[in-house]
Design a binder for this molecule. Structure first.
Ligand SMILES: Nc1ncnc2c1ncn2[C@@H]1O[C@H](COP(=O)(O)OP(=O)(O)OP(=O)(O)O)[C@@H](O)[C@H]1O
Ligand SMILES: Nc1nc2c(c(=O)[nH]1)N[C@H]1C(S)=C(S)[C@@H](COP(=O)(O)O)O[C@H]1N2
Length: 168
């Protein structure tokens, strides 16, 4: 069953202190925007926020509850640095955890770098929206997203109560 990605909207949220202060260009966010657009998903939101739990949660909750964005990809802040708080921000945002997505990204990333274990990124559902945390560098974001791209449309269809076949 060919799942029509154009049915689904998406947003990209970059977590970066330097990026939010204009001290470094966000290249990860635009990369993710272009990649998902090229796959047919409908862009609905993009923002850069500092590595602050409140800022992250306010944006994610608004994009889901008010904007009804179907897919939200975050990049940055998943590591072990003192400023990295994306996973902590997800705790009060997601209603259902999807450990398999985070585990798959780390497992595949381990084939490329031993530092993959440092990403504490999560994936989960709020309402009918799917939120996925990627690391901040463009290389890491690209490599981690690639792991999940094949299942995204099926996941979104199921989250929306669809009947796409799990067997394909
Ligand atoms: N949004 C981004 N766009 C491009 N490169 C990024 C982005 N976020 C991170 N990077 C790259 O990945 C490296 C590690 O990411 P990390 O989150 O530790 O960045 P940081 O600069 O230490 O913190 P912050 O981005 O919050 O200011 C950065 O030094 C930078 O080279
Ligand atoms: N595929 C992949 N995963 C990766 C990396 C990478 O280069 N490629 N970088 C690792 C590193 S060095 C860190 S610090 C963590 C967290 O990155 P973040 O703090 O930018 O979220 O992602 C890890 N996961």
């Amino acid at each position: 069953m060919d799942l029509d990605t154009a049915r689904f909207s998406f947003g990209v949220l970059t977590m970066s202190d330097k990026g939010s202060r204009g001290e470094r260009e966000d290249t990860s966010g635009p990369y993710l925007l272009q990649t998902l657009q090229d796959l047919g998903y409908q862009q609905k939101a993009y923002a850069i926020v500092p590595d602050q739990v409140e800022s992250i949660q306010k944006t994610l909750i608004a994009w889901v509850d008010d904007e009804k964005v179907d897919l939200i990809i975050t990049t940055g802040g998943t590591g072990v640095a003192p400023t990295d708080v994306t996973p902590e921000a997800m705790v009060d945002v997601i209603e259902k955890d999807i450990p398999g997505m985070a585990e798959a990204m780390r497992a595949e990333s381990l084939k490329k770098t031993p530092n993959a274990v440092l990403s504490r990124g999560r994936a989960g559902i709020r309402g009918k929206s799917l939120i996925i945390n990627l690391p901040g560098s463009e290389k890491a974001a690209r490599e981690n997203l690639a792991v999940l791209l094949p299942c995204l449309a099926h996941a979104l269809d199921k989250i929306h109560g669809g009947t796409s076949d799990c067997g394909v």
